[in-house]
Design a protein around this ligand. Structure first.
Ligand SMILES: [Zn+2]
Length: 74
């Protein structure tokens, strides 16, 4: 089954968003990892951004990780 999650942001907006969250540099240093599986996150595989408490986590575009977000969501 295909992942139907729509990428919410255009690449340029994504960069702006990641910069504003302080994640862009981390990503460029290969230090931005999926909160669930530990995969290195790049613009190509960024699934979603998860605000968690006061921290921002990111998740890759794997359907397995997406399901984990849904499980632990809200
Ligand atoms: Zn993942």
């Amino acid at each position: 089954m295909k992942n139907t999650t729509v990428k919410a942001v255009h690449d340029a907006d994504l960069e702006k968003l990641l910069r504003s969250l302080g994640l862009w540099e981390k990503m460029n240093r290969d230090q931005l990892l999926c909160a669930f599986c530990g995969t290195k996150i790049s613009p190509a595989n960024l699934g979603c951004i998860i605000p968690k408490d006061k921290q921002i986590s990111v998740c890759c575009d794997s359907i397995n990780c997406y399901e984990k977000i849904v499980e632990c969501g809200e």
